[in-house]
Ligand binder design. Structure first.
Ligand code: DP6
Length: 334
């Protein structure tokens, strides 16, 4: 039986909470180069495999918490007041509830995402990381970085990595309470390393990552091969980062993402996040690579592509995708 989130969090809270009047925190979005797909514990969001990502610098979420004067909690997203029973508000308030215990003082939580809407990036990673950091500050919790990452993970797995900038590894951990399942910043820099966000399709996806990975674990026989591949890929990707070997990193990350998608497709009912435009763009990437440009792709649980390359090739990449307007270049280190 899994321990509840509340039980785990309570162990780390001070006896008396001392809320301030205002706190604000920023956390970056991140793109996994070695993906997290599958949970061994749904309550605590503990992953089956470790993962590794790159954070996107100043693209992410800014979250503030202030005292509310009107006697009820209020949640704003991108300056819009949400109704208390909207999905986003419920998720934010349920998470906050884990930390404020008997303290019933109502608060206002405001989250602003500066991720371009055209980028097709999920914001739950940066959102939960920023919320965790803001809660830590607002209630004066003084939690360690490991704890902050583990608690952000309870909101959304990938949020554990958004506590940090740069290359980040989320170790799957093994303890029952999950407190060793947290991310760590890797001490590697790679100036000139680029991520391009290539939006090819719009619209809400029908099955989110949470439901998608659960379905895959429960129904895809191919999933059996995933955990070991992910562990191997993570080691290779780390080596590629140390050596600044784009070819090794790119091919391992692309293979990792497509292997994850293969497990999704092998689920029942099938999960195919790609649109025809995604497949067309994948072919364009492969053609460009065949013409000598060192470019690789990765994809999450959605139709859009993330491109991996180096600054030296940026203009050829922009030239190659003229009608695919939204190549937003993210330069994490420069
Ligand atoms: C494909 O972190 O969004 O983007 O833990 O259920 O909130 P929950 O899932 P989430 O899943 C991310 C899946 C992924 C791969 C990755 O970012 O590692």
């Amino acid at each position: 039986m899994s321990i509840s989130k509340q039980e785990v969090v309570s162990r780390y809270l001070p006896e008396v909470l001392q809320p301030g009047t205002r706190a604000e925190a920023f956390a970056p979005s991140n793109i996994a180069l070695c993906k997290y797909w599958g949970k061994r514990d749904v309550e605590l969001n503990l992953p089956i495999n470790s993962s590794l990502s790159i954070s996107l610098g100043d693209l992410g979420s800014l979250t503030s918490i202030t005292e509310s004067e009107i006697g009820v909690d209020q949640v704003y997203l991108n300056d819009e007041a949400l109704s208390a029973d909207s999905r986003f508000a419920k998720k934010v308030l349920a998470f906050l509830e884990l930390f404020r215990r008997e303290l019933r003082q109502p608060v206002i939580v405001r989250t602003t995402n500066n991720i371009p809407t055209a980028a097709g990036l999920a914001s739950s990673a940066s959102g939960f990381a920023a919320l965790t950091l803001a809660i830590n500050d607002f209630y004066g919790l003084e939690l360690s970085d490991n704890c902050l990452s583990a608690f952000a993970r309870m909101g959304s797995g990938s949020a554990s990595r958004s506590i940090y900038q740069g290359f980040v590894e989320w170790n799957k951990g093994s303890s029952v309470d999950g407190m060793d399942s947290c991310a760590q910043q890797l001490d590697y820099k790679w100036p000139g390393f680029r991520i391009g966000l290539l939006k090819v399709a719009i619209g809400e996806k029908k099955v989110d990552s949470r439901a998608g990975m659960q379905r895959t674990v429960e129904s895809a026989a191919l999933y059996g091969a995933w955990p070991q591949q992910a562990e191997n890929d993570l080691v290779t990707i780390k080596r590629a980062i140390v050596d600044r070997d784009l070819q090794l990193l790119g091919q391992t990350a692309e293979h990792n993402a497509l292997s994850m998608h293969a497990t999704m497709i092998a689920s029942w009912p099938p999960l195919l996040y790609w649109q025809p435009e995604s497949v067309a763009a994948m072919h364009r990437v492969w053609e460009l690579r065949e013409s000598g440009v060192s470019i690789y792709l990765t994809m999450d649980a959605g139709p859009n592509l993330k491109l991996i390359y180096q600054q030296a090739d940026e203009s050829r990449i922009r030239d190659a995708f003229p009608e695919l307007l939204d190549v937003d270049i993210v330069a994490p280190f420069d």
